[in-house]
Design a protein around this ligand. Structure first.
Ligand code: 8DG
Ligand code: MG
Ligand code: MG
Length: 146
């Protein structure tokens, strides 16, 4: 396509945990369309991972997270997508109802990018999951473990 030379980008995504559930939304995107993914987006110039996590969660779901912690990072080369891309993805974890306002309800603030946010039990995840997330789940990654 007519894009300039592609480069890897940095994404920050958030495992929002509530009990044994995690918040997922079905994507509307040229990358991972119709797959279930975490809230998150691109790291902006000058941001910390924590700032990016809080901003993206707020922009996409309206939820306010008090703080978040770094979990892991993965390298995601997605050349089979309609839009080829390469992301270094930072995974953060945050709780809702613990260090933030209790029982906040997620809103779908970007309906052109997402079908809506729902809590899913970790042991009964929906599918298909977005590739980078699928890879972690298959590898046995557990966002609940300390
Ligand atoms: P922005 O303009 O708000 O910064 O970007 P966005 O529209 O929110 O970007 P995004 O596609 O939601 O996230 C950026 C990239 O992060 C995405 O294209 C690929 C990577 N990514 C993963 N795993 C996940 C995930 O579980 N959820 C989200 N949202 N992005 C993910 O590698
Ligand atoms: Mg975003
Ligand atoms: Mg996003």
């Amino acid at each position: 396509n007519g894009d300039p030379t592609p480069v890897p980008r940095v994404a920050v995504v958030v495992f929002l945990l509530k009990g044994r559930s995690v918040l997922l939304g079905r994507r509307r995107s040229s990358v991972g369309n119709a797959t279930f993914a975490l809230p998150g987006g691109h790291l902006e110039f000058g941001e910390s991972f924590e700032e990016c996590a809080a901003r993206e969660v707020k922009e996409e779901t309206g939820l306010v997270i008090g703080s978040s912690k770094f979990l892991t990072v993965t390298n995601n080369v997605m050349l089979e997508q309609p839009k080829k891309c390469h992301y270094v993805t930072i995974f953060m974890r945050a709780m809702v109802g613990v260090d933030a306002v209790e029982e906040q309800v997620p809103q779908n603030l970007e309906p052109t990018k997402c079908d809506g946010w729902e809590w899913y039990e970790w042991d009964h995840l929906p599918h298909p999951l977005f590739g980078p997330l699928e890879k972690m789940v298959k590898g046995g990654f557990d966002p609940f473990s300390p």
